[in-house]
Design a protein around this ligand. Structure first.
Ligand SMILES: NC(=O)C1=CN([C@@H]2O[C@H](COP(=O)(O)OP(=O)(O)OC[C@H]3O[C@@H](n4cnc5c(N)ncnc54)[C@H](OP(=O)(O)O)[C@@H]3O)[C@@H](O)[C@H]2O)[C@@H](O)CC1
Ligand SMILES: [K+]
Length: 518
């Protein structure tokens, strides 16, 4: 989905209103869809404290409150401004709410907010109407909210954007620290900045506009859009239709790395998965790996030629080693006339031998974390520079770059820059990159173009981790094997996400008809 700046979203809002969709309808769409999202995806608890600002962001929060009350949630409302100072739509939504739920508990500033009452706090204080840094009473309220979140263990859900965050924010600005940000309409560009990810948490985008903004060249990876790239499997097919992945990696002490990549490659649906390892660890890897996987010592020339000649894709790097022998073998692999996926030690070897970019025959997907990226570039860069770095690195190279991070970027020359929306801090553990390598390679083996494989792979990897964390009830202790085991659930999520969005579009028409009749 296109990512826009605040001016772009304001322009879209004006156009939508001018073409006959009143602002109130837009607010109803935003609030109802956000509530449906909260109902479905935050269902572990059913109590919420809605902190309401005086503008339209507050109005959205009041619609969400109404919808959740209808579903039987326990909701408390806290008004941050006097009722007389509420904006017209916000005031209207409050009056409607009070009429429908006369017993609703409403707290008002300067009474202290009832922080300990609910499992979720809705930040509906300020949205894109925010200008400059937070000051005065609101600044104090936001500090209190963040402090209570840490102490009371509620999760914070930001509507449209965390209050206090705007285009000029820095990583140390004052803003609400959200666990989930539900962006309205389109993702705003500043929400995706790596250095602000601490504030935004997980980002979900709710489409509310019929019209599209002008193309920005910067897009978010969203499940429902990627679903269109995944055809259902034909019954009339066999393993040969789903490709052969060959993974090269492993060394003494690093016998698990290629196994984790292979597990993910199998779970994404590859037809056949091979692991080529040094002879010295062959027997260890052969006993560790899934029985479905074929392991061979890559020094065996006859086996090497037989496997590689049949390969749909060659993935390399996990636990590969950096010695002279590994470097020599890496050079051989770089010359193969196959799509390549390059990670970990092989990125370090590529950084040492930059002339090998010229050897890439078909195409290569590179998946560096920021440290490996710095090695490839031979220079330091900051989180703020990631997007520019990614765009300039791919120029004149036959590569797709996956620059890992909280907001992993996918870049390729001539394409939009994509930023990922899935994933969680549970992925910050050894072996996560190996799973990602396996997923991307598995998708290429199944016929995905490398750019699509990178985009889908990054999103599926993150979403599998989100589902695994949800099942485990915690982000701590997530393992790459949990991620691989939830790949199929991520595929299912992606397909049902498409259905959800299509359903919502028909739901819009209902809302429109309701207001036209009034
Ligand atoms: N885009 C769309 O199509 C749709 C948008 N929608 C929703 O509307 C939201 C935007 O609503 P909005 O324009 O009413 O602004 P909003 O964020 O509520 O804040 C306004 C208040 O902020 C205050 N304020 C400003 N800076 C401040 C500061 N530094 N420190 C303290 N206060 C500050 C400012 O005060 P003032 O400057 O007036 O004194 C004013 O009171 C958007 O995010 C989305 O949620 C949906 O309804 C559906 C369609
Ligand atoms: K907000």
């Amino acid at each position: 989905m296109n990512i826009v700046d605040v001016q772009g979203i304001r322009k879209l809002e004006e156009e939508e209103i001018a073409s006959g969709t009143p602002a109130e309808v837009l607010m109803e769409r935003a609030g109802r869809m956000a509530a449906a999202f909260v109902e479905e995806y935050c269902s572990r608890h059913r109590s919420l404290l809605a902190i309401i600002g005086r503008g339209n962001n507050g109005g959205d929060g009041l619609v969400i409150t109404r919808e959740l009350l209808k579903k039987g949630w326990v909701v408390y409302v806290y008004l941050t401004a006097e009722r007389a100072k509420l904006g017209p739509l916000c005031k209207k939504k409050l009056d409607e709410l009070v009429q429908n739920f006369p017993d609703l508990a409403i707290f008002e500033y300067p009474t202290p907010a009832p922080w300990t009452k609910a499992d979720y706090v809705l930040d509906s204080i300020l949205g894109i109407g925010m200008k400059g840094e937070l000051q005065g009473e609101l600044a104090n309220l936001v500090m209190e909210l963040n402090e209570k979140r840490n102490r009371c263990f509620f999760e914070t859900i930001a509507v449209d954007c965390p209050t206090g965050l705007w285009e000029g924010s820095k990583h140390n600005s004052l803003a609400v620290v959200a666990d989930l940000t539900i962006a309205i309409g389109y993702g705003k560009d500043f929400l995706f900045r790596e250095e602000l990810s601490h504030f935004t948490g997980r980002i979900e985008i709710i489409p509310i506009f019929e019209k599209s903004p002008s193309y920005s060249g910067f897009e978010s990876l969203t499940g429902w859009e990627l679903a269109c790239l995944f055809p259902f499997r034909s019954y009339y097919s066999h393993k040969g239709n789903y490709g052969r992945v060959v993974i090269f990696g492993g060394s003494i002490g690093y016998t698990g790395a290629p196994v984790m990549a292979a597990q993910a490659a199998l779970r994404i649906g590859s037809g056949l998965v091979y692991i080529g390892v040094p002879q010295e660890i062959y027997s260890i890897v052969a006993t560790k790996v899934f029985p479905e996987c074929l392991v061979f010592p890559f020094e065996d020339k006859r086996l090497f030629d037989a496997v590689v000649s049949q390969a749909s894709v060659v993935a390399m790097g996990p636990g590969f080693g950096l010695e002279k022998k590994s470097e020599f073998f890496f050079r051989t692999l770089m010359q193969l006339d196959k799509p390549l996926v390059i990670d970990a030690d092989c990125l370090t070897l590529l950084a040492r031998n930059p002339e090998l970019y010229e050897e890439i025959k078909k195409w290569a997907v590179l998946t560096p974390h920021p440290g490996e990226m710095k090695r490839l570039l031979r220079k330091e860069f900051s989180a703020e520079e990631r997007m520019e770095i990614a765009k300039s690195f791919v120029k004149d190279k036959k590569i797709t770059l996956v620059l890992k991070g909280v907001r992993t970027l996918v870049a390729q020359e001539g394409k939009a820059l994509f930023v990922n929306t899935s994933g969680n801090p549970g992925l910050s553990t050894g072996g996560s990159g190996d799973s990602l390598l396996g997923i991307i390679a598995g998708l290429i083996a199944q016929g995905f173009d490398p750019f699509d494989a990178a985009r889908c792979g990054v999103w599926i990897h993150g979403k599998s981790a989100d589902i695994a964390a949800e099942k485990r009830k915690t982000k701590e202790g997530l393992l790459p094997m949990d991620v691989a085991e939830n790949i199929s659930a991520a595929l299912l999520w992606m397909r049902s996400d498409l259905r959800r969005v299509l359903d919502q579009k028909s739901y819009w028409n209902e809302i429109q008809a309701y207001y036209a009749a009034k």
